[in-house]
Design a protein around this ligand. Sequence first.
Ligand SMILES: C[S@@+](CC[C@H](N)C(=O)[O-])C[C@H]1O[C@@H](n2cnc3c(N)ncnc32)[C@H](O)[C@@H]1O
Length: 259
Amino acid sequence: MAYLLDNQQSEAGERFGAINRMFNRRTFDRLDQVGIGAGWRVWEVGAGSSSVPAWLAGQVGPDGEVLATDLDTTWLDADAGFTTLRHDVAAEPPPGEGFDLVHSRMVLLHVPGRDQALASMIQALRPGGWLVLEDIDPLMQPLSCPDVYAPEHRRANRLREGFRTLLASRGADLAYGRPAPRRLREAGLTEIEAEGYFPLSMPDCAVLEAATIRQIRDDLIARDLATATEIDDHLAYVATDPGQFATSAIITAWGRKPL
Ligand SMILES: C[S@@+](CC[C@H](N)C(=O)[O-])C[C@H]1O[C@@H](n2cnc3c(N)ncnc32)[C@H](O)[C@@H]1O
């Protein structure tokens, strides 16, 4: 099953920019919390763009190593201080072993072979190494416009529902985020903690909304989930009232492979 939001489409760059600006600060806080530092070996799974692996490379310094893998490495900059590899986390064996940290953000919910992928990520950790798993949970905060007081907000929320229908049809798990602590426990990790977060009324919520709807426009129309007019009117509304929008919730869970 093909990944719905594939990186070859021009909107992917806009989406990565908005995601990085809204989510990096919290991601970096959590990676700091588990102790990332000089000399660490890190596997960034489904890296998307260079922003997170470049930050990781700065943290681990010249004695460390950052390997950024993705199905599609188009947006990964080869000269940003980390190694890039085209790799399917569900279908291929881990690209290394003994990592101090394995991190992925907004990847496994999309991957039909997510159980195999998670097992592979844990296998790649050294004893005592940290897994930091971040996944969107599209059903936990299902609204594009949480403050519903106009027809435009109801239309936006219908389109968000259409987006979820498309994701599910490509094998996404729409409630993958919330069981993360249990999954990490069942996998034998220790020192497990988790938290949830979603941006609301940040300018980049509207940037992400518009880029996503443009990217899935043809699929929404082909599946009768929206008309071209509804989509055009929605995009015009996003441009005129960008403060109305929210993203889905992200669940970040972290745990440690036993020594
Ligand atoms: C929503 S993007 C998130 C990108 C990045 N982790 C971030 O947070 O900005 C999902 C990424 O996962 C990648 N991806 C999807 N399925 C994958 C797989 N089976 N193996 C590796 N990467 C995959 C996509 O190519 C895409 O770059």
